[in-house]
Design a protein around this ligand. Structure first.
Ligand code: BDR
Ligand code: CA
Length: 320
């Protein structure tokens, strides 16, 4: 039986909201075993202005007004910017319209905010990245010591069998492969929550039905975010291909406080940056004698949803 953490774990979330980034923020804000200490934004699912606006709007809607939000990189280290507005909608939040935020963005660049926040509390902060890795790479280049200041570093990105942006590459890695390479080559252990794992975390019809019982927050916020893409795609695809929308980024936050829900293997992960058909692919060697990553491969799906639904129900109760 799970008894919770004695002390809340501090999480700094670098993200590109984003439907599932928003659901990850909801989990981080709602779980009393998590203390959200900062949110940094990166261009990804939509452009930086929109991901930052969404993070600011989410901060006020979900009432974590005391948590700084700092804006970061709008362009990848190299090459053209790619987005996923065909998945997340023009705004990045699908059909969800949040009130215009009132509170200002932090006046530091996300890279400086990341460095200063980690320097101030070495060993205490779990860094989680759920967007392209541009800010993290720039922070490592400016201050390599962040690699030893983090308590842990978890990303949603990559995969070991398939891609979603291309047949080989997952979106967050594909959007900035050079940054991902810097991140995997740094002197730390990356927890890589890839597509193979997150595609087990589907908001299926049964999950949606249970979430629907959570009241107003579910109907105005959780369900529109958790079903926007699946609903858009259901019309054009066979239903067997669309068992529900994956809540990718939620898995990354969940892993920090509920690693017991994941079965993981050490691996060496390298990022392909030049392949004609494989740029942005994560090449995962589970047999390596020098692993640089922990790769969750199997999710306790029932346990995951029990946990997520429990936390969401607490927030929904406060919201009512
Ligand atoms: C990842 O890409 C983005 O579109 C999602 O927010 C998630 O972080 C899934 O490949
Ligand atoms: Ca994301």
């Amino acid at each position: 039986m799970w008894h919770g953490c004695p002390m809340p774990k501090k999480i700094l979330l670098d993200c590109d909201p984003g439907l599932d980034d928003a659901l990850a923020l909801l989990l981080a804000q709602g779980d009393s075993n998590i203390e959200l200490v900062g949110v940094t934004t990166v261009g990804g699912n939509v452009g930086l202005a929109r991901t930052t606006r969404n993070a600011l709007a989410l901060r006020e809607y979900l009432h974590f007004e005391n948590v700084p939000v700092a804006a970061g990189a709008g362009q990848p280290l190299l090459g053209e910017r790619r987005d996923a507005s065909h998945v997340h909608g023009e705004s990045g939040l699908g059909s969800t319209v949040l009130p215009e935020p009132v509170l200002a963005v932090d006046d530091r660049h996300a890279v400086d905010f990341l460095i200063e926040t980690l320097r101030a509390a070495p060993g205490a902060i779990h860094l989680v990245a759920t967007g392209p890795l541009t800010n993290i790479a720039l922070a490592l280049q400016k201050e390599p010591a962040i690699a030893r200041w983090v308590a842990s570093f978890t990303i949603m990105g990559g995969s070991f069998t398939r891609g979603n942006a291309t047949p080989a590459a997952e979106f967050n890695i594909y959007a900035d492969p050079e940054a991902a390479r810097v991140v995997f080559d740094a002197d730390w252990q990356v927890v890589m929550i890839g597509l193979d794992l997150t595609l087990q975390a589907l908001a299926t019809g049964a999950v949606v039905e249970r979430l629907g019982r959570l009241g107003a927050l579910a109907h105005e916020f959780i369900l529109p975010l958790a079903t926007f893409w699946a609903r858009a795609n259901q019309s054009g695809a066979s239903t067997s291909e669309w068992d529900g929308q994956a809540v990718h980024d939620v898995c990354a936050v969940a892993h920090v406080v509920r690693p017991d829900l994941f079965s993981s293997r050490p691996a060496r992960v390298q990022v392909e940056t030049t392949g004609e058909f494989t740029r942005g692919m994560t090449v995962v060697d589970f047999d390596s004698a020098s692993p640089n990553a922990i790769v969750p491969v199997m999710l306790d799906v029932a346990g995951f949803w029990a946990y997520v639904e429990h936390i969401y129900s607490i927030v929904a109760g406060q919201h009512a």
